[in-house]
Design a protein around this ligand. Structure first.
Ligand SMILES: Cc1cc2nc3c(=O)[nH]c(=O)nc-3n(C[C@H](O)[C@H](O)[C@H](O)COP(=O)(O)OP(=O)(O)OC[C@H]3O[C@@H](n4cnc5c(N)ncnc54)[C@H](O)[C@@H]3O)c2cc1C
Length: 422
């Protein structure tokens, strides 16, 4: 703890990833007393390969509202101004351009932003250190006791045990959330039996601010433009394929990657000349059956882990934070008070129900994309080729893809969310 003396908080957040950290910053701006319990000491050093996320315009606006975007941008952000969708072996392709999105938001000059995890977290932790938030790290929750008006939390820091309490405890502790399982909140979903292989590559022609999404039957392969001119790749591969790709020497890997990307993509980015180390992550769909229980709420991957095909996981997590803040702000307005009990179960239920709509819409869209392109049913490949060829010509369909990629669809949903009826 900063001074180790405080034990009573309005909100205790378990997990100081980007979602938990932004929630802490947003809540302390509302004058809540906040603590963050994080398992690992913060480290922002670049990993090899870089672990990156593609953020949409909505996430940029959110980070701007917390005065974090400037710090993120100063370290280096890869702009996505165009997205090209192809399927190797098929003639069709879809081109999305940022200028088409300006119809919805005139100040939107990019469709997305590629940011390294460390670069995203560093300004957040700088802001946390300068704020009133108590950062308790490295630490974890040993147990907790959910009462009607408080949650009593037993903390473990090394050999030391202590107790703190909060009106609301938030699980922001990622896919394998300890808070979710200790609360007895079940999940549904499945293991895709795929790994997401990540690496950074240099190509002869660079990226020209363009992201390429190649849909292959065994899973998608994305090339995301990095600030330094290279691409970060996310390649969904079967377990056998992933093991082989990890074991290959660089030349063999580059050969396999070029083949998987297909001639249409390689002709635009040029031959791949260099590759970083590689890493892989298991891919799964896990959605909590409820995003709240009594005085406990779940945010980010603790609430939902989706396929990275559409690059939406972090964007969804930031929208969880925005919704939670909106629910609390509205409750204060309705109660005509400058503070309200943040753990009231009616507020947490409202949060949970509002978020479910958005999460299911994004998970459904992501699933349909991976099923459409994963299908080997005879005729589907032809249909996909026709679909890709014609998609750009069908304004409504191309528009839908554009709205999902840029986050416009979800920004509009969020504006139309209902006020909780107290
Ligand atoms: C290959 C790949 C590519 C992706 N690409 C994109 C993309 O392009 N765009 C996008 O939006 N999303 C993407 N995602 C998803 C995105 O990375 C996640 O949605 C996001 O990191 C979730 O953030 P979080 O803060 O909820 O969880 P995490 O980032 O997992 O953070 C959880 C934090 O909780 C801490 N913690 C864990 N357990 C405990 C505990 N018991 N006690 C205390 N602390 C604990 C951890 O140390 C960590 O700091 C991708 C994911 C993968 C795997």
């Amino acid at each position: 703890m900063k001074n180790g003396s405080k034990t009573d908080f309005d909100v205790v957040i378990v997990g100081g990833g980007a979602v938990g950290a932004t929630l802490a910053l947003a809540l302390q701006r509302m004058d809540y007393q906040v603590a963050v319990i994080e398992l690992r000491s913060p480290s922002f050093a670049s990993s090899d390969p870089e672990r990156v996320v593609a953020l949409n315009y909505g996430s940029r606006c959110f980070l701007e509202s917390l005065d974090l975007w400037q710090g993120v941008e100063a370290v280096g952000v890869g702009d996505i101004r165009h997205i090209v969708v192809t399927e190797p072996g098929n003639a069709g392709r879809v081109d999305l351009d940022a200028s088409d999105a300006q119809h919805y938001a005139s100040d939107m000059h990019e469709l997305g932003y590629v940011v390294e995890m460390g670069h995203l977290l560093e300004p957040m932790y700088r802001a946390l250190q300068a704020s009133s938030v108590e950062l308790i790290t490295p630490a974890c929750v040993e147990s907790f006791d959910l009462q009607a008006d408080r949650v009593n939390i037993q903390l473990c820091r090394g050999d030391e045990l202590s107790t703190i309490s909060a009106a609301l405890m938030v699980g922001a502790d990622g896919t394998f959330s300890q808070i979710r399982s200790m609360s007895g909140i079940g999940t549904y979903g499945w293991d895709y039996n795929r790994f997401g292989l990540v690496a950074s590559v240099t190509t002869e022609l660079g990226h020209n601010d363009t992201a390429h999404e190649c849909f292959r039957s065994s899973g998608p392969l994305a090339f995301l433009p990095l600030a330094d001119g290279r691409f970060s790749i996310v390649w969904a591969a079967t377990p056998g394929e992933a093991a082989q790709l990890l074991a290959m020497d660089d030349d063999a890997f580059i050969y396999a990657l070029q083949k998987a990307a297909g001639a249409a993509t390689i002709s635009q980015i040029g031959n791949i000349t260099d590759v970083s180390k590689r890493a892989s992550y298991p891919l799964e769909l896990t959605v909590a059956k409820s995003f709240s229980q009594g005085r406990i709420a779940l945010v980010g991957n603790a609430a939902h882990t989706i396929h990275p095909v559409a690059g939406q996981g972090m964007n969804l997590g930031f929208r969880d934070v925005q919704t939670l803040i909106e629910v609390l702000t509205r409750a204060m307005e309705q109660q005509k008070s400058s503070c309200c009990d943040p753990g009231q179960s009616i507020l947490m239920q409202s949060y949970s129900e509002q978020r479910r709509v958005d999460v299911m819409a994004v998970a459904g869209f992501t699933e349909s994309m991976s099923h459409l392109f994963g299908s080997t049913v005879p005729g589907m490949k032809w249909l996909r080729a026709m679909g890709l060829k014609n998609l750009s010509g069908i304004p409504a369909l191309a528009d839908m893809l554009l709205k999902h990629a840029s986050g416009i669809a979800q920004m509009k949903n969020q504006k139309h969310q209902e006020t909780p009826n107290e």
